[in-house]
Design a protein around this ligand. Structure first.
Ligand code: CP
Length: 337
């Protein structure tokens, strides 16, 4: 499976530009990304209430389909759906019929037959959520929770919300993404979001073996030297070494990687004094980040996790709204014909 269409907006947007699936940030404009951030902002207060619920998805069924492991994304999608009052089904792939040889398409047909309204999909194959969105019953929304090396759009949006909360703006910011960009769906979605939202510079800092070919074409500058790369930064985003996706020896050793590219207090001191430190998780202490930095005053790593709930509430409610609007448009056209 591949994500062949670089701008799949015929799939993820309604004719009047509302979200109906959320597959990638490619092709989405600043107004829509800002709408997601503003909607997420409005949901933050829900998480601070005693009764953390709004009725926007009451009576709807959300199915979490995670074909790859996850802690943060899966649990925050589940919490987000529950805070929107949806019924949530977490399919355990290891005990489901897919482990007995049932195809993905047949599993989905069975779940659609249970009148599901939304599938949240994580898959090791790039393009899997796109493939599902192309074939799913009209009215069912597909949300990408991370596919292969391709995209992790809700992660990028919760990162953007965190940056906006701490910096108050995107204009003028210098942001670096450090480490294993080659295998990172998160980095691809972040680079896209940062460019659309108008930061001054997106810089990737990594050894050449951990950068995709023509990485600059994604919309970033490249720095191989960490000390030079840290200069003037407002935001530094560390990435995990994704060993599960590495083929062959791309690094001399973890110890060498940490010496050259690990974020410690000395390297952080080279950035702006109010530079924030981010990481999508899971973090590997002593591999890409020092504990004193991960737990230090400039770290916003746990704010990112909290913001994941509000961003996922925003995306799920907007996609369901788009599906409803589309169905109403079709019904009114049918009545006129
Ligand atoms: N950031 C992220 O996708 O983490 P999980 O793999 O735990 O969901």
């Amino acid at each position: 499976m591949t994500a062949n269409d670089p701008s799949p907006n015929h799939l993820q947007l309604t004719r009047d530009g509302q979200l109906r699936h959320f597959l990638t940030l490619d092709g989405l404009d600043r107004a829509l990304l800002t709408d997601i951030l503003d909607t997420a902002d409005s949901f933050i207060e829900v998480g601070e209430r005693t009764i953390k619920k709004v009725p926007l998805l009451r009576g709807r069924t959300v199915v979490n389909l995670f074909f790859e492991s996850s802690t943060r994304t899966r649990s925050t999608f589940e919490l987000a759906a529950k805070r929107l009052s949806a019924d949530v089904l977490n399919l355990d792939i290891s005990t489901s019929a897919t482990s007995k040889g049932e195809s993905l398409s047949d599993t989905l047909l069975n779940l659609e037959a249970m009148a599901s309204d939304m599938f949240v999909v994580r898959h090791s194959q790039s393009g899997a959520p796109h493939f599902i969105a192309e074939s799913v019953t009209p009215g069912v929304a597909i949300i990408n929770a991370g596919d292969g090396r391709h995209a992790h759009p809700t992660q990028a949006m919760l990162d953007m919300l965190t940056i906006r909360q701490h910096k108050g703006r995107f204009e003028g910011l210098k942001v670096a993404i450090v480490g294993d960009v080659l295998h990172s769906r998160v980095a691809r979605s972040q680079i896209r979001a940062l460019n659309v939202l108008g930061v001054d510079e997106v810089r990737v800092i990594a050894p050449g073996t951990l950068l995709p070919k023509d990485v600059e074409s994604l919309g970033c500058t490249v720095e191989y030297d960490m000390a030079r790369g840290m200069k003037d930064l407002d935001v530094v985003i560390m990435l995990r070494l994704q060993k599960e996706r590495m083929e062959g020896a791309l690094l001399p050793s973890e110890r060498e990687f940490y010496r050259l590219y690990g974020l410690n207090q000395d390297k952080l001191a080279l950035a702006q004094p109010d530079c924030i430190v981010m990481h999508p998780g899971p973090i590997n202490r002593g591999v890409e980040i020092e504990s004193a930095v991960a737990d230090g005053p400039q770290s916003v790593i746990l704010n990112q996790v909290t913001n994941g709930i509000a961003v996922r509430m925003a995306v799920m409610s907007m996609a369901m709204g788009g599906q409803v609007a589309e169905r109403q448009q079709k019904q009114s056209k049918g009545a006129q014909a």
